[in-house]
Design a protein around this ligand. Structure first.
Ligand code: ADP
Length: 484
């Protein structure tokens, strides 16, 4: 398949290792397919541990020189990268949709969102402030420096092939760190294109490498190599826990953006139309494949039926199709395993007495398309109460009281996003403060932006991305004690 791209140097299918674009020494590759059609798009290198180690060694050297450059210079390189990404939006969006499946309009939105992190951290690079602290005795002064953590690594998922990459590279480079990126094997082309633009923007040779191939092998090198001082991971909780265990061997700093199980709470006094719109955005964006997707919709008894009726109308009208087709709102799921998971969750729920209000089966388009679905009559005992659905399925739970819904919402080991809809300000604060999670959307289904600290608590992870907190994850604190 050829993509109608403006920039003839895209898509890049090699790896950038130690400042050179290369294929794997073994000649091995992994293939990239279009989830909308199953067609082969490209083959990218499957590199060995030794090649990853070479990237890390080059990063160690490049990082020292990069950290020594004035923040203003690092900022200028990032700003140039931001401009190049925005200038290449159409090409990047087409590459993204072709390997990931999301509607082209969402892909364009993701490129703008991805670029916004680069712009943000270009600005933050100049604002890495330390502290002076009054000493414990009259003759002592305490000075706190913030210094780059060193060589870092990022392992990113397929659901946001652009934004998860820039959200990690940009703060790392802004702070004066080097980075080795391993993108998801399903969606490496977007990452490779972004790194190619970073190189054009003036990111020095060796400072940023991108490696593709067998996740386990590359992950093992990244987590065991003592030169890597920090790993930032976005992906499943299971893999995140394994990587944390592996990082313990060399006591690396970790940032973990893991799974979620977001409650979406609609109180009796909510603006139902707004809540329905919020649910559409929060649940069905990217066909339900985001870690902040509403996973359990709790609707108070007084508005339950009206909410279900209005949401059903909207969901039944969602247009399913290939991401590049005009007007598509829901693309295919990423692969067969994703479809099987959604099917299993629905079979479990209906066997336990739930009702399919809309959708409920594989879409007539075939492949990995699935009908946007609403399930009612759901209970705590059904598997999707505990498991991340990662598909276009909205289970709706009826509740009576504030206390009951707080208990249900928190009855999960996850704690990433939550949403609540209502007008009673007192209740909004009470509930928002009691929800065990890192982020709360109040009367909105869209909470992610570069100015806000994105991240979770409990088994949803640790660390924050975006905002002024995002750069702290790439900085060490050093304290100087001055005896006068
Ligand atoms: P998802 O369910 O989103 O695919 P994963 O956690 O499986 O989540 O994948 C997220 C990222 O982690 C991908 O880049 C994937 O290749 C990588 N990955 C998966 N397993 C491992 C592993 N054992 N070691 C290192 N990286 C891994």
């Amino acid at each position: 398949m050829t993509l109608a791209l403006k920039d003839i140097s895209f898509p890049e299918t090699r790896n950038l290792i130690a400042g050179e674009w290369v294929t794997a020494q073994s000649g091995r590759t992994i293939t990239v397919t279009n989830p909308a059609t199953g067609a082969l798009i490209a083959a990218v290198p499957s590199v060995s541990c030794a090649e990853v180690a070479r990237a890390i060694a080059a990063a160690e050297i490049a990082q020292v020189a990069w950290a020594a450059r004035p923040a203003k210079e690092r900022a200028a390189v990032l700003r140039m990268w931001f401009d190049l990404i925005l200038g290449a939006t159409e090409d990047l969006a087409l590459i993204l949709t072709s390997e990931q499946g999301k509607p082209l309009s969402e892909a364009r939105g993701e490129i703008a969102y991805a670029a916004s992190y680069v712009e943000w951290f270009a600005e933050e690079a100049k604002r890495i402030y330390g502290d002076t602290i009054p000493g414990p005795t009259a003759d002592r002064r305490i000075i706190v420096l913030k210094q780059p953590i060193g060589v870092t690594a990022a392992i990113t998922p397929w659901n946001f092939p652009a934004a998860m990459v820039t959200r990690k590279i940009a703060p790392a480079l802004a702070a004066g760190c080097a980075m080795i990126l391993k993108p998801a094997s399903q969606t490496p082309l977007t990452a490779l294109a972004l790194v190619a633009l970073a190189e054009r923007a003036g990111v020095p040779a060796g400072l940023l490498s991108v490696v593709t191939g067998a996740a386990r092998e590359i992950g093992a090198e990244i987590t065991s190599n003592p030169a890597i001082r920090k790993l930032s991971f976005t992906g499943s909780t299971e893999v995140g826990k394994e990587l944390m265990r592996q990082c313990a061997g060399t006591v690396k700093r970790t940032s973990m953006e893991l799974g979620g199980n977001a409650p979406f709470i609609v109180f009796d006094d909510a603006d139902i139309e707004a809540a329905v719109e919020g649910a559409i955005i929060s649940k069905y964006r990217n066909a339900g494949q985001t870690c902040v997707c509403a996973n359990r919709l709790f609707v108070q008894a007084g508005v339950h039926d009206a909410f279900v009726r209005q949401l059903s109308e909207r969901v039944a009208a969602l247009r399913v199709g290939e991401g590049t087709a005009p007007g598509t709102e829901i693309g295919p799921l990423i692969d067969d395993a994703a479809v099987a998971k959604v099917r299993d969750l629905l079979a479990d729920a209906t066997a336990k007495g739930a009702t399919i209000a809309v959708g409920g089966k594989a879409h007539a388009l075939g492949g990995t398309y699935f009908e946007p679905t609403i399930v009612t009559g759901t209970t705590r005992e059904m598997a999707f109460f505990e498991e991340e659905i990662f598909g276009p399925v909205a289970p709706i739970f009826r509740f009576e009281t504030e206390e009951e819904v707080i208990r249900l919402a928190n009855d999960t080991p996850f704690g990433l996003a939550s949403y609540l809809y209502g007008r009673d300000v007192g209740r909004i604060f009470r509930v928002a403060e009691k929800l065990e999670c890192g982020m709360v959307g109040v009367n909105t289904g869209l909470i992610s932006n570069e100015a806000a600290p994105f991240g979770g608590i409990k088994e949803s992870g640790q660390g924050r991305e975006g905002s002024r907190y995002g750069i702290e994850d790439y900085l060490e604190v050093k304290y100087l004690c001055l005896q006068l």
